[in-house]
Design a protein around this ligand. Structure first.
Ligand SMILES: Cc1cc2nc3c(=O)[nH]c(=O)nc-3n(C[C@H](O)[C@H](O)[C@H](O)COP(=O)(O)OP(=O)(O)OC[C@H]3O[C@@H](n4cnc5c(N)ncnc54)[C@H](O)[C@@H]3O)c2cc1C
Length: 400
């Protein structure tokens, strides 16, 4: 029997990769819940920070862009940099893309991946099925990688949760649960600022705690972007242009530079359209750092060091840590222990070669786990344009 390629993940990267592999004639099995990160782990009412030009899922054939979806759904086309995409529209676009190009998607979890003696991989599904695959593409995105800094973890004994004193921003979809409550959001990125605004608009009394002076800031609106710099999906700047269109050489930068740039380029900065809703509504505490979080009863108490070196305590009904995601192969528990040990990693992220292949032949990574090798563009949907055709080409050449 011909062994298929297994694609684990049905977010933008998994769907795009699967579409490209299918177009090259490979048998592919695709697993996951379509667009689940966007539906369950981001707030309802969220608007995308990326522009329409940077929000299409790459497909091997024409007719599957965000604008094409708008036409097919009979809704106004989202095309200019001033058009803002509601998350609900983006989810519907992803599901439409899946029905069109990845119709056989299997909505089950992969519980383990191990190497087979003699080549290929053995996969187990939570349906109980076990099967052999010639190659595996890991496109599990944000799943399981939410990062809670150690100083906040102490107040979340038993793990962060919406019902505990501290939660992670990925644990919230419906922020109306905080109506009438006092809420602290820790962070200064788009996720922190938008979560704070949406909770405030839902009737919560919200404060943001941000590290450093002047770190809460917003991008320039499209009509104020410098005209003489090259255009990129993230705005006009030489660095953004290089990261967007030339991720190839990124792999050859020294490891400290690669990890630093993945964290620093494009963040933390609020979207231009959020400024008006944020300023005057959400007060900001600028602190040197959060020292620790404790629970007094079920209420969190944050001890912070202020910018003038004093120690202060802040209390609320709940703290949301909008502290992002960290790639760590050790946290990808569906990869068998032997496979995880064998994988070459750099600060927890898989080291990838040409075509997104890891140090284990036949095992590929795309999306966020590939950012340490291919740069910050891999954190965003527009990264599918660079990644998917290259990964598919490499995989077909090596395992087709
Ligand atoms: C608040 C927030 C706002 C964002 N806004 C933007 C934006 O405006 N524009 C932008 O470009 N990017 C944005 N991003 C980044 C965006 O989330 C990622 O670019 C994108 O979701 C990554 O897609 P993905 O396919 O790699 O993973 P995900 O979308 O995270 O999908 C992961 C998939 O893996 C599946 N999966 C996981 N584990 C298993 C398993 N064991 N077995 C089977 N399936 C599994 C899940 O079911 C799911 O289908 C935002 C992120 C956050 C957190």
């Amino acid at each position: 029997m011909i062994q298929p390629v297994a694609v684990i993940g049905a977010g933008p990267f998994g769907l795009s990769t699967a579409a490209h592999l299918r177009a090259r004639g490979l048998p592919v099995r695709v697993f996951g819940e379509p667009m689940v990160s966007w539906r369950d782990h981001m707030p309802a009412g969220m608007l995308l920070k990326s522009t329409p030009a940077a929000s299409s899922i790459d497909a091997p054939q024409r007719g599957h862009t965000l604008a094409d979806y708008c036409d097919a759904a009979g809704i106004p086309r989202l095309v200019t940099d001033e058009d803002i995409i509601p998350v609900e529209t983006f989810i519907a676009y992803g599901e439409w893309f899946q029905r069109q190009l990845v119709p056989g998607l299997e909505r089950v979890r992969v519980v383990s991946v191990d190497r087979r003696r003699g080549g290929g991989f053995e996969l187990k599904l939570d349906s109980g099925e076990q099967f052999a695959a010639r190659a595996v593409v890991v496109a599990t995105g944000l799943a399981g990688l939410a990062h809670l800094p150690r100083e906040l973890a102490a107040a979340a004994e038993g793990g962060p949760a919406p019902t505990a004193p501290v939660s992670h921003s990925s644990q919230h979809h419906d922020l109306t649960r905080f109506a009438g409550q006092e809420l602290i959001v820790v962070g200064a990125g788009q996720s922190a600022l938008e979560t704070a605004v949406l909770a405030a608009e839902a009737g919560a009394r919200v404060r943001v705690v941000s590290r450093g002076r002047g770190k809460v800031d917003f991008g320039a609106p499209p009509w104020r972007q410098p005209r003489l710099r090259p255009e990129s999906p993230f705005g006009r700047a030489w660095s953004l242009w290089a990261f967007s269109y030339y991720p190839h050489p990124y792999r050859y930068l020294p490891a400290p530079a690669r990890h630093y740039l993945v964290r620093r380029v494009l963040g933390p900065l609020g979207a231009w359209w959020l400024r008006e809703r944020f300023e005057g509504t959400v007060p900001v505490h600028e602190v040197e750092r959060v020292v620790r979080a404790e629970a007094a009863g079920n209420r969190p108490v944050l001890t912070v060091r202020t910018l003038d070196g004093r120690t202060r305590q802040l209390t609320a009904d709940h703290v949301i840590a909008a502290t992002g995601y960290r790639v760590d192969v050790a946290a990808m528990d569906f990869l068998g222990p032997a496979l995880r040990t064998e994988l070459a990693v750099s600060r927890g992220a898989p080291k990838l070669g040409a075509g997104y292949v890891s140090s284990v032949p036949g095992l590929y990574f795309t999306g966020l786990p590939a950012a340490a090798s291919y740069g910050p563009v891999m954190r965003f949907v527009c990264g599918t344009e660079f990644a998917s055709p290259r990964l598919a080409k490499h995989l077909v050449a090596a395992h087709g």
